[in-house]
Design a binder for this molecule. Structure first.
Ligand code: PLP
Length: 395
């Protein structure tokens, strides 16, 4: 490996959300607990990004910045080279984050009471975007096949055809299910949404994190009709571990939808702007960090394999879902026969491990754990040892 994926950096008591938020869940603050929760990486950020930021700091003027033409072209080149998508610079609106962006889309394109469809269980801020804005949650539950999830298209179409359903927030790849939707699945989704006038907001933040044997399709790349009826939300933040720089790129190919988004954004923020270092990081990442990403995916895949092998050997009752994309492994502990709160307690108090508990992704997630694999392998091996001794009394 050319790059470093093994250095462990202390993040306890440094302001890291992942390490700090454990106390909100009643976990006694202690450096010995290992968190595998919030979706950022424990890997050091690629050196090309760090160097680019240092060069920017040497200029020593941290004024307001707009995205330069070179920045926009670089983002489009990444979409073309990595995702075979011909995106245009004028479609891009930089934003502070994908969550900000999907909250804004709900406010812009729907009214109070309107239906917004989610494919659940799903990334929990999507529920918040619907509920906090007093929209109606339209719940299209994914079908649990034991080791992967599928879409219930009959239910999907029934719900999309309700005239009150105005929007789908599509999680693609899907967090926490780990699915990379196939082109055929996306075509079915898109055709139903076009037929019934449902706007598609495609959150593709995990789109570069695709496991061997799978191919991600950008929703808007499928057809011109799809492109004109969607927003695509992207960011370098998950891919290159720069989430704290809060820079993402929202693509709105349809000029009317784009205008509407900008007008509504102006009500809360008349002069939207992003972080100067975020632009620098994104440009450096998309220009220079392809090789880093390839190596990173190998490390994630090897961590995945270590967990899967261990579970198959030690706890065959735990179902581990296929990881097609993201670095978030979804696991079902229900067959251990433990109440989901007891499962959480054992993890925290006995194993001294902190996962994202499945119930935060919806009721179907009770008894599941979401395991963030983007970390040095020694964390994984330590966690597996701890699980082995903590769970021996319960299986
Ligand atoms: C599906 C999905 N969307 C958005 C985000 C967060 O996006 P941002 O940090 O750009 O707001 C996450 C983070 O885990 C995610 O999994």
């Amino acid at each position: 490996m050319k790059y470093d994926f093994e250095t462990v950096r202390k993040r306890f008591n440094t302001g890291s959300k992942k390490w700090g938020e454990m106390k909100n869940f009643g976990v006694k603050e202690s450096e010995d607990i290992i968190p595998f929760s919030v979706a950022d990486m424990e890997f050091v950020t690629p050196p090309e990004i760090v160097e680019a930021i240092k060069r920017e700091l040497d200029v020593s003027i941290m004024g307001y910045e707009n995205p330069t033409p070179e920045y926009l072209d670089t983002v489009c080149s990444w979409m073309k080279d990595k995702h075979n998508w011909d995106a245009r610079p004028e479609w891009i609106l930089p934003s502070h984050g994908v969550v900000d962006a999907f909250f804004q889309t709900v406010k812009t394109y729907t009214n109070e009471g309107d239906g917004v469809m989610l494919m659940t269980p799903v990334y929990y801020p999507m529920y918040h975007a619907v509920n906090f804005n007093r929209r109606t949650l339209v719940d299209n539950q994914l079908v649990n096949k034991g080791d992967h999830y599928e879409i219930d298209f009959d239910d999907f179409e029934r719900k999309a055809s309700d005239p009150n359903t105005k929007m789908l927030i599509l999680c693609s790849p899907h967090n926490p299910a780990g699915r990379v939707w196939t082109r055929e699945e996306l075509e079915r989704i898109g055709n139903i949404c076009l037929k019934h006038g449902v706007l598609v907001v495609s959150d593709e933040i995990h789109f570069d994190l695709i496991m061997p044997g799978h191919v991600h399709t950008v929703y808007a790349s499928i057809s011109e009709e799809f492109a004109q009826n969607c927003l695509v939300l992207t960011a370098p933040s998950k891919t290159f571990n720069v989430a704290g720089l809060q820079t993402s790129n929202i693509f709105i190919p349809n000029p009317e939808l784009r205008e509407k988004f900008l007008s509504s954004l102006k009500l809360s923020n008349p002069n939207p702007k992003c972080n100067i270092l975020g632009y620098v990081a994104c440009e450096a990442a998309y220009k220079h960090c392809g090789e880093w990403l390839n190596e990173c995916l190998k490390v994630i895949d090897s961590n995945r394999k270590a967990v899967c092998d261990f579970m198959a050997r030690e706890f065959p009752a735990v179902k581990v879902y296929d990881l097609e994309g993201t670095y978030l492994l979804w696991m079902d502990f229900n067959d251990l026969g433990l109440d989901y709160r007891e499962l959480e307690r054992i993890n925290h108090e006995e194993a001294r491990l902190f996962f994202d508990e499945g119930y935060v992704f919806g009721k179907q997630g009770e008894g599941f754990e979401r395991w963030n694999l983007a970390c040095p392998s020694r964390y994984i091996h330590e966690a597996l040892e701890r699980m082995k001794s903590a769970y021996k009394n319960y299986v």
